[in-house]
Design a protein around this ligand. Structure first.
Ligand code: TYM
Length: 337
């Protein structure tokens, strides 16, 4: 481990509510990997967040391992980053309660993810769905995080995290919490469903044809791209009123670093079919090695368990430092037994 103590903290997480998707990779993981050498890194699987919707317990356990294995398979260095499972560090739930006491119902009610997800729940909306962003704020503020790389859908949660940090710092002392910065990639921060380019590609989409899972076979990926819904035009252009084609170009850009103009020039005079097939090939080139490395890692549970135990230990040391300062500042008697 060669992390310098003065290094700034980068932190992020994925909810193990399903297999990870191409959206998770391009919007989040790819940037964790790109930035990991400039920060002390903390990455975890947020199993407590996953409980906000009913889950099959065995599946949740499996997907939690799968998330962490995917981080490593994608290129996170397990001997440098702190990798762990959220529920292994009870300080997250503790700080979350405290932050709940400083968060306003109005600001939580404005969260678009809450509005979307609570509509899907019908009548009995779990309170956890409402306070979800508070637990996320606790995840981040516990570690005095400087940078949080996320996709676009998480920006609102990051804003509330920043607001909470500023509010509490103002009340109890300027440097109780570091106010985190958000990093979202210029392209790839919002990958859309292949079946409905008006909605984001989401793990929980009931239509699996709209979603590329990182564990999909080459064949599945090819089929999904072939069936991708495109627009009624003929020409390959990059415009908001051609969202299906724009999404395929965005995916190619995020994978390769090329600009939309470069891809549009490359496809001048070609048909939609070319773009679909070749985007699928680009995706396979990136995903296939991640898929096989993830599968390999998942066979060695002892290795993963040892890594996660060590990660939780390292995380708790940092988390306890913040939490005991918070308890002290807000008026809870110190000295934990
Ligand atoms: P989650 O699990 O929904 O998504 C994980 C990451 O993937 C990004 N993402 C996408 N990016 C581009 N296009 C898409 N279609 C797409 N879908 C998802 C998300 O923006 C995210 O960066 N609440 C978080 C997990 C979380 C967290 C945290 C993140 C809990 N605590 C602390 C950062 C810091 C979530 O459910 O992400």
């Amino acid at each position: 481990m060669n992390v310098r103590p003065s290094q700034k903290i980068m932190l992020s997480a994925v909810q193990p509510s399903h297999q990870l998707t191409l959206g998770n990779y391009l919007g989040a993981l790819k940037n964790w990997i790109k930035l990991q050498h400039d920060y002390e890194c903390i990455f975890f699987a947020v199993d407590l967040h996953a409980l906000t919707v009913k889950r099959d317990p065995a599946q949740l356990k499996e997907q939690t391992y799968q998330a962490v294995a995917t981080y490593i398979a994608s290129g996170i260095h397990p001997d440098q980053a702190i990798l762990f499972i959220q529920s292994h560090v009870p300080e997250h739930a503790e700080l979350s309660w405290i932050l709940n006491c400083f968060t306003y119902m109005g600001e939580l009610g404005r969260m678009t993810q809450y509005k979307d997800k609570s509509t899907q729940q019908g009548k009995n909306i779990p309170a956890g769905l409402f306070t979800y962003p508070v637990l996320m704020a606790a995840d981040i503020l516990l570690y005095q995080t400087h940078l949080v790389p996320v996709g676009e859908d998480q920006k609102q949660h990051l804003e509330i995290t920043r607001d909470l940090a500023i509010r509490i710092n103002h009340l109890y002392g300027e440097n109780l919490f570091t106010v985190p910065e958000i990093y979202s990639p210029p392209i790839g921060a919002r990958i859309m469903s292949l079946q409905n380019p008006q909605i984001k590609m989401s793990k929980s989409d009931p239509d699996p044809n709209g979603v590329i899972y990182l564990m999909d076979s080459d064949d599945q990926i090819k089929k999904k791209f072939k069936r991708a819904v495109t627009d009624s035009g003929q020409e390959i252009i990059y415009r908001n009123d051609q969202p299906g084609i724009k999404n395929l170009i965005d995916i190619s850009c995020a994978l390769t670093g090329k600009t939309p103009e470069e891809w549009v020039n490359q496809y001048r005079g070609k048909q939609y079919g070319h773009l679909k097939i070749e985007t699928a090939d680009r995706v396979i080139e990136t995903i296939a090695p991640i898929r096989s490395k993830t599968a390999e890692l998942l066979k060695d549970r002892n290795y993963l368990d040892a890594l996660l135990k060590q990660g939780a230990h390292r995380a708790r040391e940092k988390a306890q430092r913040t939490l005991s300062r918070v308890y002290d500042k807000i008026g809870c008697v110190g000295g934990r037994y």
